[in-house]
Design a protein around this ligand. Structure first.
Ligand SMILES: Cc1cc2nc3c(=O)[nH]c(=O)nc-3n(C[C@H](O)[C@H](O)[C@H](O)COP(=O)(O)OP(=O)(O)OC[C@H]3O[C@@H](n4cnc5c(N)ncnc54)[C@H](O)[C@@H]3O)c2cc1C
Length: 624
């Protein structure tokens, strides 16, 4: 086989984004995966986005990744979550057609130049003079490359648990990947175990939907991509169902066979996505738990029961399910199960996601301790970009915490590490007012265009949007509104009337005022501002958010600037932390292991206190 620039191992969400990014930047890429019919398989719920994750998908899209486009092409329902809260919390979420999602991914990858494909299992990384130079497969092939990205997901020594039964597998019905972990351990990388789980899949024909509560999509559905993908038409509904005391009692009868409770599962699971048995155990005072009943696609009868993840014996899962209202006659497609797998604690990685021990070897996705398609895709994208940059001798691409959730994700992982599956939350981002879903294009397109991922056309659209935002802000600032124009409207929505002319800018700040109603009453604005294109609407709403939350936004910008100053103070690679006695012992150890490159990075390592940072600054001659 020819030598490639980049080999990507694994065709999950991380691997697909990594391959696309490296190839689109011009690297020759070989994507090796165990099963080419399951690209970016949604192993768990058929859904993209949600709180903080929706922001990540929009960021991936702005950075030139494919996940948002694929999600738009396979959406069956769209909802913007948290609309009753501030814009930092607004989070797009789609329900997706699982099979179509994977199929669209495959089509997009096949249409991407520079990618070759190979179906097989990689068992070894070939290392020469301490550097990763290729991979060895189960068939004994040796394939060489300048950089290797491993994205093996839940497959490394994957073990499935259902009650007392244990099966080897990377997902149900799929083989696990054996050999690679042992090889990577021999190369000096540390590995640990984690676990995750999934619920039963139900035959939708056997559900009595009249007993469930319907949950339709948004009246005006949105979408993820900033490109011209179309919003979903003919949305499908989801439904709500509830467990009961009786269901809990049935589930409890299986506890003594539960691999979780009897200690057969050693790996730690996702805290915020617990199994139903875990929920009953931890919240024993609750007499019911909500379940989301989600269609798996447009042309299938298969249904996903979100919230009912379980590794209890199959007969217990089925009996409990049939005691849920609406599921009395349910037949199932697939058992719920838990899976344990190997992961590589992420403190072993640099910001570029390259391993510190083996140059040229990058890791991304679930194998570095995350959970979720969005997190995996984001990591894959950044690993793909950075692998390309490494081999072309370019600077690594690092997104700042104030620039993107993706920056928060990577910074948290490599500096704080994780011993339970890491999922993104808005609360993890200290600059979340800056990191909104609506402005991901404004934050990231310029960078992605510079890198060579976002097209000129896409960048031009962003420039145009910026110009329109400025125009709207100027209008809000200069336009005076007479009381007669707005007081009736204010009365209607419960805002206090104005007594004299007031600038539109300050009216917009009022909590109950929305721009669409305001423009109905301030007619002159419509002469100034046409709404012919969608882009106009986005720009207008963006300008409103900037006006409404100006003080908060500026405050976060200030804080971000201060942190950036710390990030610009370098720590020499040769610094011997262990010899700085004024540092706490914990800080010395952590700093020695992680080797931060800047004082800012050092300040984000757990166990390094503000006092330690002062010591470091003094040591670096930055503080008197
Ligand atoms: C049972 C289950 C339940 C889950 N539950 C949740 C949940 O509740 N919430 C949530 O957010 N996420 C959940 N996830 C996780 C979600 O599926 C992952 O976060 C996401 O798929 C990770 O993407 P990835 O690209 O890292 O890996 P994966 O999607 O797992 O893809 C890995 C890819 O690597 C390939 N591969 C593996 N080893 C090799 C090898 N040696 N050689 C070649 N190819 C290889 C596989 O064939 C596969 O294509 C669950 C996953 C599973 C399996």
């Amino acid at each position: 086989m020819q030598k490639y620039d980049v080999i990507v191992v694994g065709g999950g969400h991380a691997g697909c984004e990594a391959a696309a990014a490296a190839a689109n930047l011009g690297s020759s890429v070989l994507l090796i995966s165990m099963d080419m019919t399951r690209f970016a398989q949604m192993s768990c719920n058929p859904s993209m986005g949600g709180v903080a994750k929706g922001q990540i998908v929009r960021e991936i899209d702005a950075m030139g990744g494919y996940s948002g486009i694929v999600a738009d092409h396979s959406t069956i329902q769209f909802r913007m979550l948290n609309l009753s809260k501030g814009p930092a919390m607004h989070s797009p979420r789609t329900q997706n057609d699982r099979m179509k999602f994977s199929q669209v991914w495959r089509e997009m990858l096949e249409q991407t130049e520079n990618i070759d494909f190979w179906t097989e299992t990689v068992t070894e990384i070939i290392v020469d003079k301490g550097k990763a130079v290729g991979v060895k497969t189960q068939l004994g092939l040796e394939i060489f490359a300048e950089a290797v990205i491993i994205t093996a997901g839940t497959f490394l020594n994957g073990k499935i648990h259902i009650g007392q039964k244990q099966l080897k597998g990377g997902r149900i019905g799929e083989r696990s990947s054996v050999g690679l972990t042992a090889n990577m351990e021999e190369l000096g990388l540390d590995t640990e175990r984690m676990k995750t789980g999934t619920p039963v899949r139900v035959d939708g024909r056997t559900i009595d939907y009249s007993k469930l509560i319907v949950q339709p999509g948004d009246d005006v559905p949105g979408k993820f991509s900033f490109k011209d993908t179309a919003p979903v038409k003919n949305q499908l509904s989801c439904y709500l169902a509830y467990t009961s005391e009786k269901v809990h009692d049935i589930l409890r009868t299986g506890f003594e066979d539960s691999p979780l409770f009897v200690g057969r599962i050693k790996g730690i699971g996702p805290r915020y996505c617990p199994s139903i048995e875990d929920k009953i155990d931890r919240f024993s005072d609750k007499d019911q738990h909500q379940l989301f009943v989600e269609p798996e696609g447009r042309n299938t009868i298969e249904v996903y029961v979100n919230g009912f993840s379980s590794s209890l014996p199959l007969e217990i899962q089925l009996k409990a399910l049939r005691n849920i209202e609406g599921f009395e006659n349910a037949k199932i497609f697939q058992s719920g199960y838990a899976i344990e797998y190997d992961y590589f604690p992420p403190k072993q990685l640099d910001y570029s996601l390259e391993t510190k021990k083996i140059p040229g070897l990058f890791l991304a996705g679930q194998i570095i301790g995350t959970t979720g398609y969005e997190e995996a895709a984001a990591l894959g994208l950044m690993a793909g970009i950075n692998a390309h940059h490494k081999i072309k001798g370019k600077q690594q691409v690092v997104l700042k915490r104030s620039q993107a959730y993706i920056g928060v994700l990577i910074d948290d992982l490599i500096n704080k590490g994780t011993d339970e599956p890491y999922r993104m939350f808005t609360s993890r981002a200290e600059y979340r007012i800056l990191l909104r879903q609506d402005n991901a294009d404004l934050r990231l397109t310029e960078l992605s265009h510079k890198l060579g991922l976002a097209s000129q056309d896409r960048y031009d659209r962003v420039l145009e949007k910026k110009e329109r935002i400025e125009r709207a802000l100027k209008y809000f600032k200069n336009k005076s509104i007479h009381p007669d124009q707005v007081n009736d409207y204010f009365k209607q929505v419960g805002e206090s009337p104005i007594k004299q002319k007031v600038k539109m800018e300050s009216l917009i700040k009022r909590p109950k005022v929305d721009i669409d109603s305001l423009r109905e009453v301030v007619k002159s604005f419509n002469d100034y501002w046409s709404l012919e294109e969608d882009n106009d609407n986005d720009a207008l709403h963006e300008a409103v958010i900037i006006s409404k939350y100006y003080d908060y936004i500026e405050k976060e910008r200030d804080l971000a600037q201060k942190m950036q100053n710390m990030d610009s103070i370098p720590i020499p690679g040769s610094m011997d932390f262990m010899s700085i006695n004024a540092l706490s012992y914990e800080a010395r150890e952590k700093l020695k292991n992680i080797k931060p490159k800047t004082v800012g990075q050092a300040s984000r390592i757990s166990g390094v206190s503000p006092a330690d940072i002062s010591v470091l600054l003094i040591h670096l001659g930055r503080k008197k």
